[in-house]
Design a protein around this ligand. Structure first.
Ligand SMILES: C[S@@+](CC[C@H](N)C(=O)[O-])C[C@H]1O[C@@H](n2cnc3c(N)ncnc32)[C@H](O)[C@@H]1O
Length: 335
């Protein structure tokens, strides 16, 4: 019997669904190896060939593309920080779409385990932060789940100098959907990343695929359990988070809203709901991600070559470019 999941996504993606489904279960082995600028990395920078790095990406600082290669395990460098981390290109471009400046104050609303937080840190701080004497917090990384927040802290400590964590970064554990109710958190941030909790269908498909080999008949697979009501529930929560983010942004500030869902309910239709919301539609405009002010034209062309346009943003799908899945929409607060 065809599951509710299959019927739903077959209707949305029609002829493309079989290929997309296969690419979600068996993604191409492609990563971006991002060198940690805070580690003492002489070994990597001097001898790229040791790492089988096929492609340095000149438009993206410290980034190399690895294809069909297993990266050697990250190592602690001389100052105790790990030398690199692996990222999906779509995640790196999501952060680039915020066009972060070193003077910005940034909120990462749903931060664990922290891959995108590290990319924010990379754009927000350079080695000059050691010379700065002010102690203004420039990055707030929030995660609601206690366990995941602990993991976030561990990851940040593995990659970021402790002085920077102590003086410039604050970790919080609030509910992102109620963020704007926290005193003094309104009109405060230049940039906000809302990488929202979502249906993660790619993850569900992989789990179900693995389970099918274990032949555990007692356990129903996540795909068999899937209901559209779950995506509807999540989209309500995502909407509250997005509205909260909008109120926490300074006028002129930007939000990157992302999910790894392939469901329009959690992506374009959510942005559409905001566009049609009488109380909020005057307060923001939607930006064209390929057209961000200071982005170099080569960066713009990378985004255009790997992402597809949606009505309000971009989507990276693995059957198209081998990256993602990730949906991104960028909003700017206008009043
Ligand atoms: C998509 S993941 C974030 C991934 C992260 N940005 C990264 O790149 O590593 C979404 C996160 O939101 C957290 N979360 C779920 N509900 C939340 C809430 N109400 N407020 C804040 N965080 C929440 C989840 O625990 C999860 O860690």
């Amino acid at each position: 019997m065809t599951s509710e999941f299959e019927t739903y996504f077959q209707n949305i993606y029609s002829d493309r669904w079989t290929k997309l489904r296969e690419a979600l279960i068996n993604p191409k082995s492609k990563y971006i190896l991002k060198i940690n600028q805070f580690a003492k990395n002489q070994d990597i920078q001097d001898n790229d060939n040791n790492f089988n790095l096929e492609n340095k990406i000149p438009e993206l600082k410290f980034c190399y593309q690895l294809t069909n290669t297993i990266a050697p395990p990250a190592r602690k460098s001389a100052n105790g920080l790990f030398n690199y981390y692996l990222m999906d290109l779509a995640s790196i471009l999501a952060i680039k779409s915020l066009d972060i400046k070193t003077t910005d104050v940034v909120l990462d609303m749903c931060a664990a385990p922290g891959g995108k937080t590290l990319c924010i840190v990379d754009d927000l701080f350079d080695e000059n932060f050691f010379k700065k004497t002010d102690e203004t917090i420039q990055l707030v990384a929030n995660e609601f789940s206690n366990n995941r927040r602990m993991r976030l802290i561990r990851n940040l400590k593995n990659y970021i100098p402790i002085e920077l964590i102590n003086h410039k970064i604050k970790i919080k554990g609030a509910d992102a959907s109620k963020w704007c109710l926290i005193p003094d958190e309104q009109n405060k941030y230049d940039k906000i990343l809302l990488d929202a909790p979502c249906s993660s269908e790619g993850h569900l498909l992989k789990q179900s695929f693995k389970q099918s080999f274990k032949q555990s008949f007692k356990q129903r697979s996540p795909i068999a359990e899937w209901k559209i009501s779950r995506s509807k529930y999540l989209s309500k929560m995502q909407y509250s988070m997005l509205c909260s983010a909008l109120s926490s942004l300074k006028i002129g500030g930007k939000i990157a809203y992302c999910t790894c869902s392939i469901s329009p309910l959690e992506n374009d239709l959510l942005i559409e709901k905001l566009v049609n919301d009488r109380r909020r539609k005057e307060r923001f405009k939607i930006l064209n991600i390929s057209n961000q002010t200071d982005q170099s034209s080569s960066l713009t062309s990378i985004i255009s070559s790997v992402a597809e346009n949606t009505r309000y943003g971009k989507i990276f799908l693995p059957d198209y470019s081998g990256w993602g899945p990730l949906f991104i929409a960028v909003l700017e607060r206008t009043i």
